[in-house]
Design a protein around this ligand. Structure first.
Ligand SMILES: CC(=O)N[C@H]1[C@@H](O[C@@H]2[C@H](O)[C@H](O)[C@@H](O)[C@H](O)[C@H]2O)O[C@H](CO)[C@@H](O)[C@@H]1O
Ligand code: ZN
Length: 298
């Protein structure tokens, strides 16, 4: 079968693919990065794997949409997701296999993990094939997804990692030349713990040290620091679009409000495929995910 590569030939020279598990993950972990690259003229493709049907509902008027009631939260979060992508300027956004193909599995160990459409139980190569199709169309040079623990251990995040990495393997030369996993440097977590210690809405309240958290990466293992502080207003606008998941009193707004863009507008990554480009600072962190790539060849 001859592959139609004219699609990517008509796209901008730089093409970034992000693979996320639920609506809202895209903004929480990578919203500033997405907005930064859209603003800088790159083509950004977001692939989200589930509709988030099993999520909480922080908007009381919508509480009856819950999975155990009308079971309509997935459709509502699809709308939230579209609005959030609009706020970030991301027009190329897709649900893996189409909206509704894979269902939010719920937290690890719950009965919902066994739902016949739960993403956690998806056939890996079948799910990866949907992503390979997108890679062949877009031919992204860079891909962002989660580490093997899904950043914090949620089954859909772990499965998103597995599907993204398998698709990159199957896509061969149409797959990404550089692959990054979302990460949070331990130094930033320590600063956050200090900054939040007097705060009412404190995400660090249940731990004594940052090493007790299910995530955190030694600074020397971080490869890239993307400064999107000029875009954190768009990131917070996109977060507000996800109102069922991110309540107005969320600590995430505290980070943006009291601590400015440094915490919300800067996002960090480890590099697991490809060569690190030129970097800055004590650990030579890249400031551009496309650093070191020969873009002419693709
Ligand atoms: C950020 C993220 O991945 N959120 C997921 C997660 O949400 C958690 C879940 O509702 C849990 O019950 C809460 O205690 C926790 O505060 C939430 O972050 O899991 C949901 C169910 O799979 C998912 O819909 C949501 O997007
Ligand atoms: Zn998620």
């Amino acid at each position: 079968m001859t592959l139609d590569r004219t699609a990517s030939d008509s796209l901008p020279a730089r093409r970034l693919l992000l693979v996320h598990a639920h609506p809202d993950d895209e903004v929480i972990g990578t919203g500033a990065t997405m907005s930064h690259y859209v603003s800088d003229g790159a083509h950004v493709t977001l692939v989200t794997c589930t509709l988030g049907e099993e999520g909480e509902i922080h908007v009381s008027a919508l509480s009856q949409l819950a999975a155990g009631q009308a079971d309509q939260l997935g459709g509502w979060r699809l709308v939230e997701w579209e609005r959030a992508c609009d706020a970030l300027g991301v027009s190329d956004r897709r649900m893996l296999g189409g909206p509704g193909r894979y269902r939010d599995s719920g937290m690890m160990g719950l009965e919902t993990n066994k739902h016949p459409r739960a993403f956690w139980g998806a056939d890996l190569d079948e799910a990866a094939a949907h992503l390979v199709e997108i890679m062949r169309e877009i031919r992204p040079q860079v891909m962002i997804t989660y580490d093997e623990n899904g950043f914090y251990g949620h089954p859909d995040h772990i499965q998103a990692h597995r599907v993204a990495m398998r698709a990159a393997e199957l896509a061969g030369e149409d797959g990404p030349q550089k692959i990054y996993w979302t990460a949070q440097p331990l130094s930033v977590l320590r600063d956050g713990m200090e900054a939040f210690k007097e705060s009412e809405s404190n995400p660090f309240a249940d731990v004594d040290t940052v090493e007790d958290l299910p995530f955190g990466t030694p600074d020397e293992e971080i490869a890239a620091r993307i400064d999107g502080t000029e875009h954190y207003a768009k990131k917070t606008a996109a977060m507000r679009a996800h109102a069922t998941q991110i309540p107005d009193n969320s600590w995430l707004y505290g980070m943006a409000g009291d601590f400015g863009g440094e915490f919300m507008g800067v996002e960090y990554y480890t590099l697991v495929k490809g060569e690190r480009g030129p970097g800055e600072g004590p650990h030579k962190w890249e400031s551009d995910l496309f650093a070191g790539l020969d873009l002419d060849g693709r």
